[in-house]
Design a protein around this ligand. Structure first.
Ligand code: URP
Ligand code: ZN
Ligand code: ZN
Length: 469
């Protein structure tokens, strides 16, 4: 199968030109001006942007959490991703306490079996190095293409690890070349604040934020940075939400340390006041770290503009408002933490980042595709349009209006964080390794087309094709 994408404005992290992109099989084989080649399928992209498929480095599909399981499984989550122009993501395997990493990996692969719409890799969330996986087993994961370890410094009594586990994992990463990711919040201090609030009868959703002050995020971010320096590993701080966490990352990067940070779409748009919405509607915005005071939003825009933060993810962790979030109707600490977003990252960042002149198109591509691919060992197969790269391509209509609603989304959840937002610019056609996934507003490929991608180690490039259905 060959596809010729004709006359579009091809935009990568570095380039911006009008040209033709020719795809043979799964790869881009030729790029040029007015290419004179035959193709099985021709897509007229004149007036459209031709972007690399976006890469989401932070999602939670079919994940048991907070007394329930996220509502989007691999098929519904990846379908939502495809419609939003995301063609590859890295999901979190959560090591159940007492389980080996191998068993956890098998379990997560079985959740994806036959359901994959886009390509995916995995991070390993380490929860237990005593009864569960050993350091040796952890060290073997990069050989299997799992080249990042995640540690939760919060969620006490559930996923949280102590500093010993954090530090030992960092030492392994320094040996194996894996990237360490941290959810940086001081879980012990938060646990004290949560118990105190509940004892005082403070049960509404807004107390989720009031018991997780930004200083707890700043402290943990700084602790992780300093420990990573001692261990000698590279560090990636997930879902940075506030100035207190931006500042230590900025300092570390100024000093040239191997420290990176991401924020997520929602932190630019949802602020603390959303948690105060009446009739339990605030529960829709209970995710962690919580929505912050509005002043942080421009701080985050500046941080992504200035390369203090390197990526924008979704942290898609969707629950139903009616039936799952309601577990915490009388106790905010029982509201499952997480929010949806996989379908709307490109919509929202194009509208409010590019169209409102906060970032340029190249930087948008860098934040949503190229940097996540580079940091997580997927580049240059993913994250760019170049000869030899996977033909993961989004033909994006920058003039078409789209209103974001839960009623029209592809996630199974019953709400949308950006309900009613009108954007100008939406994906029109989406290709995965040369296969048309989305066209004419329909999913035109069968689930099962997506593959598991074995990622390269931090700082290495993914050149060999190593995928398995
Ligand atoms: O609230 C969130 N972010 N839920 C997903 C788990 C995590 O902390 O990333
Ligand atoms: Zn987290
Ligand atoms: Zn997350």
């Amino acid at each position: 199968m060959s596809v010729l994408i004709k006359g579009g404005r091809v935009i990568t992290a570095a380039d911006d030109y009008v040209g033709d992109v020719y795809v043979e099989g799964e790869r881009v084989s030729l790029i040029g001006e007015s290419l004179d080649v035959e193709a099985d399928k021709v897509i007229d992209a004149s007036g459209k942007y031709v972007l690399p498929g976006c890469v989401d480095p932070h999602t939670h599909l079919d994940m048991p959490f907070g007394g329930t399981t996220t509502i989007d499984d691999v098929e519904s989550g990846q379908t939502a991703a495809a419609f939003g122009g995301t063609t590859c993501h890295v999901d979190f395997i959560i090591q159940p306490q007492g389980s080996s990493f191998a068993d956890a990996f098998d379990d997560w692969r079985s959740k994806a079996n036959g359901k994959q719409v886009i390509d995916m890799g995995y991070h390993m969330a380490v929860t237990d190095l005593r009864e569960g996986g050993s350091l040796e087993e952890l060290a073997s994961l990069p050989d299997q293409g799992i080249t990042s370890y995640k540690l939760f410094m919060a969620y006490k009594g559930a996923l949280m690890v102590d500093d010993e586990t954090l530090f030992k994992t960092m030492e392994v990463a320094a040996e194996t070349g894996a990237l360490v990711m941290v959810h940086a919040e001081n879980g012990d201090a938060i646990d004290v604040l949560v118990r105190k609030a509940l004892a005082e009868g403070k049960t509404e959703p807004k107390y989720h934020a009031l018991t997780r002050p930004p200083e707890t995020e700043g402290e943990a971010t700084n602790r992780a940075i300093q420990l990573a320096r001692v261990a000698g590993c590279a560090l990636y701080v997930v879902h940075v939400s506030c100035q207190e966490s931006v500042e230590p990352i900025a300092l570390a990067r100024e000093k040239g340390w191997n420290v990176f940070g991401e924020t997520c779409t929602q932190y630019f748009f949802v602020d603390y006041t959303f948690l105060e919405k009446p009739n339990f509607e605030g529960a829709k915005y209970v995710y962690t770290p919580p929505p912050r005071d509005k002043a942080n939003q421009e701080i985050l825009w500046a941080a992504v503009r200035n390369d203090v933060l390197s990526a924008i993810s979704t942290d898609h962790c969707a629950f139903l408002w009616d039936g799952q979030k309601s577990l915490g109707k009388d106790d905010f600490s029982k509201i499952p933490n997480g929010g949806p977003g996989l379908e709307n990252r490109l919509h929202m960042i194009h509208e409010f980042g590019v169209r409102q002149s906060r970032i340029g198109l190249n930087r948008m591509v860098e934040l949503l595709a190229t940097n996540p691919a580079k940091l997580f060992g997927l580049y240059p197969r993913k994250g760019t349009i170049a000869v030899g790269s996977d033909a993961d391509i989004v033909v994006f209509d920058p003039t078409r209006k789209h209103t974001i609603t839960a009623a029209s989304q592809h996630s199974k959840t019953d709400y949308n964080l950006y309900e009613g937002t009108e954007v100008t610019g939406t994906p029109e056609s989406v290709l995965l390794r040369g296969n048309v996934l989305v066209e004419g507003g329909e999913l035109v490929a069968e689930p099962g087309i997506g593959q598991f991608v074995k990622r390269a180690r931090f700082g290495e490039q993914l050149t060999a094709v190593e995928t398995a259905a």
